[in-house]
Structure formats: C-alpha cells, structure tokens
Ligand binder design. Structure first.
Ligand code: GAR
Length: 192
C-alpha cells in the first residue's frame, strides 16, 4: 500500500509513521512521497533522513484552501506517486470536492481532539479551555465538511487537574504518534 503524506508543519506525525516503517511496524504500507504546501515546513527535512522523496508543491493561489492551479499540482504529484492512501498529517488546508473525488475513499486525516468535539483549528486549546476531563485524537476519512468524515479510530487522553496547555499538548501529540501509524498499518492489512 503506497502512502503519500501531506503536511504543512513540523512533521512529528510523519516522523512517527516513518519510524514505525523503519521498525517494521507499518504493516504492508510504505511511504513513497512526502508533500508540503510550505517550502519551510519541517516535514520536508524528513525526506533525506528517511530516504523518502519529499517535495514542496506550490499551493497558490489560495491561502487556506486547495483549489484551482494549486489543487491540480497536488493531484498530479500524488497521482505520480501512485498513492493508495493519502495521509493528512498536519496539512492545514481545506480540500475541495475535486480533490476528494480524485482519491475517493483513500484520504485520511489526523485531528487533535475526540471528534465530533472541537473540530477546526487548535483542537487541543479548544478542549483545554472547555475544561473537559478527557480529550484525545482522531483518525478519520476525509469528507467535504471539515473534520466530519467517518471516524476510523480514536485515542483518549485524560486531562489532569494540573495540566497546562503545554503539558496537555505534549500528551495529545504522544497519543497521535501511536495512533496514526497503528491505523495505517491496520488499513494496509485489510487492503492487502
Ligand atoms: C497534529 O497535532 C495534528 O493533529 C494537527 O496538526 C498537528 C501536526 O503536527 N492537525 C490538525 O489540527 C488538523 N485539523 P505535526 O506537523 O508535528 O505532525
């Protein structure tokens, strides 16, 4: 199962996937391409470290969505890699129906809350400010509505009374780093 990872930021979840692959814990999945929508994204540095092609693809002309020429460039890059699974690991853009149709049923997203609670930006901060006792992270299929596709798997993270936003963020990220590679491995087993 050929996996293409899309990201915008530091890429700690992409690194967790690549570490799992190196340790033989990614099932029949293999990361074949990393794509970033920012030329300075930390995720791009993982390519040389793990021997995986990593490329910046110009998302222009829009700032928060992928549409028009930028969307066409992303679709072409993912198709060139012959992706069986597209993993959004901190990819901070809204996808349009044309992109979803190009990879129907093959796009999964990681979100730092127990969806449907706290969708959108800063899911960890939203949960922290709401004072919930349990939050977590979710891997779901991507649908048209943001953070609303079918949930594949979730991991719960307790909120401690002495938690700061920083300590809670670290615990949610640690849970993400376990959950996302495990889901990819499982999907690769059911696909093969
Ligand atoms: C992750 O916490 C992920 O859940 C979040 O971005 C972070 C990326 O971190 N995604 C969203 O909020 C999507 N709505 P990373 O670049 O270190 O993997």
């Amino acid at each position: 199962m050929k996996v293409v990872i899309l990201g915008s930021g530091r890429g700690s979840n992409a690194e967790a996937i690549l570490r799992a692959q190196a340790a033989g814990r990614l099932g029949a999945a293999r990361v074949v391409q990393i794509v970033a929508d920012r030329p300075d994204a930390g995720i791009l540095a993982l390519g040389p470290r793990f021997g995986v092609p990593a490329a910046y693809v110009d998302p222009a002309p829009f700032k928060t969505k992928l549409e028009g020429p930028g969307e066409e460039r992303f679709i072409a890059a993912i198709q060139a890699a012959q992706a069986d699974l597209v993993v959004l690991a901190g990819f901070m853009r809204v996808l349009k129906p044309s992109f979803l149709a190009a990879f129907a049923g093959k796009i999964i997203n990681l979100h730092p809350s127990l969806l449907p609670a706290f969708p959108g930006l800063n899911g960890i901060g939203q949960a922290f400010r709401a004072g919930v006792k349990v939050t977590g992270c979710t891997v779901h299929y991507v649908a048209q509505e943001v953070d609303a596709g079918q949930i594949i798997e979730q991991s719960q993270v307790p909120v401690m009374t002495d938690d700061t936003l920083e300590s809670l963020t670290a615990r949610v990220h640690a849970a993400e780093h376990v959950l996302l590679p495990a889901v990819i491995a499982r999907l690769s087993q059911t696909a093969s």
